[in-house]
Design a protein around this ligand. Sequence first.
Ligand code: PMP
Length: 290
Amino acid sequence: MGLKVYINGEYFDKKDAKISVFDHGLLYGDGVFEGIRSYNRLVFKLEEHIQRLYESAHGIMLDIAISRKDMIKAVIDTLNLNKLDDAYIRLIVTRGIGDLGLDPRKCKDAAIIIITDKIQLYPEKLYKEGLRLITVPTPRNIPEALNPQIKSLNYLNNILAKIEAINVGYEEALMFTASGYVAECTGDNIFIIKDGSLITPSSYLGILKGITRGVAMDIGKKIGLEVKEDVLTRHNLFTADECFLTGTAAEIVPVVSIEKRIIGNGKPGKITLALMREFKESTKRDGVKY
Ligand code: PMP
């Protein structure tokens, strides 16, 4: 049996899992999504992801026809059907089928899509040697226009930043706010460690409030670090003792240089490595069993 995809309560083979070209998710990026992981039959922080999905939907006045409880059940059922022990889950809610105009009132039913697939792990080298980051000219979307806290299907802002990094030979881009403060990477949050404090950009600056970001902050407190959300400049990054990124797919990735400035001693930092170990432990604990 091949991979089955959930669309509006039904399961389809991968090759038949299709939505309409009139869906406003495709026409306008009008919709919201989540990326979730499961580890050894435990969906990591599932409730938190579902909460953020419904908040994103609420932010764009998109009505999700099923309850959070039923959404959790649908995710679990899809994982069980596909017999996946370790998975990457993509949960998508689009505005649904409308006409070619913008008017969301023409879209009667939001479409719910759940794709569960094998997780594509990042190369081991990334975690051992650390990542080199480059800053890019495109600023993160300004929160007054389209708040990055809404995890919407329109990711062009992030894709443009990714292209800018790739164009100059880097894998990942660090984005700033329109005012020039540190925001986040294209699909990950950023942290620094300075004099024993764990510091990450405040969410009001206009970033996605990552679930993994929250986990890293909790672990930081647990291991006795002072944890702060603050406004950070490029200089704060250049002079940090350690730096790392967090995200569902990437987990915790050490950063060893930014714009060619070496961070710390150019190797993954001690505290970062401790956080990575604790993170691994929490993936064995903090989830919904299936
Ligand atoms: N920032 C952006 C822009 C993202 O798309 C993501 C998720 N891929 C993150 C941060 C990390 O969020 P999470 O830890 O919830 O995956």
